[in-house]
Design a protein around this ligand. Sequence first.
Ligand code: GLC
Length: 428
Amino acid sequence: MSAVPLTRRWPPPICSALTCACMLLASCLPAADHSSSPPPTVVVFKHGKLSGDPQVLSGLLREFEQAHPGVTVREEILPSSTDQQHQFYAINLEGKSVPFDLLAVDVIWVQEFARAGWIQPVDQGLPDPERKTFVAGALESATYEARLYALPWYVDAGVLYYRRDLLERYGFAPPKTWPELARITRAILDREQDPDLRGFLWQGKQYEGLVCVALEFVRGHGGGLLGDRNPEGEAALGYMRTLVEERLSPSFVTTADEEATRHLFGAGRAVFMRNWPYAWSLLQAEGSPVRGKIGLAPVPSFPGHESVPTLGGWMLAVPERAPHPLEAKDLLRYLASSAIQKRLALELGYLPGRSDLYQDSSLLEAKPWLAALSPVILRAKPRPVTPYYLMISQVLQPELSAVVVGLKTPEAALVSARRQIDRILGAP
Ligand code: GLC
């Protein structure tokens, strides 16, 4: 701010004196119209960074404000990593006053947050037929003691991205099984002889995404990560390590998350990538080096077994101590509505959390891959639905990481994980 102008003279010019007199007079008059309207209610919406154009969501929020005079929505954006967001909520939802009204929760947190009393039921006034339109696995994850504590906003399911141009060049169809994927990868890498081209990318860093990927391998072999010792699960984990050892996957995958793999695949430097559907719109955007050269397929499985993508996704919930719970619930119902989920799918490529949209002809026309993949997406399997999921995952993450970097055998890792999980859950 500038100080008093050097040219200012005393006594003040007449017009300034007049201005002061007018201002004094005005302060004695009745308040103008605008000052009588109450200040807007500010509803704070906390959510992780969405991919694509941020104007899409903010535009939808402005439309909500227009339909709700007196309410303003403020977005507060967290990093997209689920682990970092969980840390934030575990600290902030515990306190006496919670500085936000609506939050986007990962499907894996709802049980924990509901049990802790951090979020409130959101099913009042939700008719049963409407409740049934939500994707079944997401609904299961959001139900705690027969009440719904969150409404699905968008869902995720693991999918396989492939370089259609490269597969066509060598006469390959998209692989249905892991051994097929390995064979195609080897053949293309051998024939392309491109030192910058990698094979199959996936998320192998020590974090939640690794648990999602490992479950797809293990369940796609008829096994599990929890419960009794199962050779199927161990063999599937061993296969993940083999991919790295045989350089079908670069060792980079052992430190990679969703975005790291998307960037490399998006630069045209890999044949295959496992990721969530959000990447499709970004990879197909104008200027993307792989635009028009890629395809999507169900995540492979082992021969004789079905593809079992992991269900992910985000839901909307209202903190138990939200400052404006009524307005927050209005906003929640608006954002979880079919109309808004359809727009998020069209404009940002997020998969709807409502199963009826998978039959919506205008959506399927705009996103033909949705029709092809919807049977697989709709049967995606949630991670274990329990209030203790985060603890279980925190045990699994270092054990799985030790397998993919070659420090532990799958058997040793799963025996150790089981011992720790039993201790946490108080098993005899
Ligand atoms: C995606 C999924 C979420 C999962 C996370 C793992 O954001 O929607 O459910 O936990 O990826 O990185």
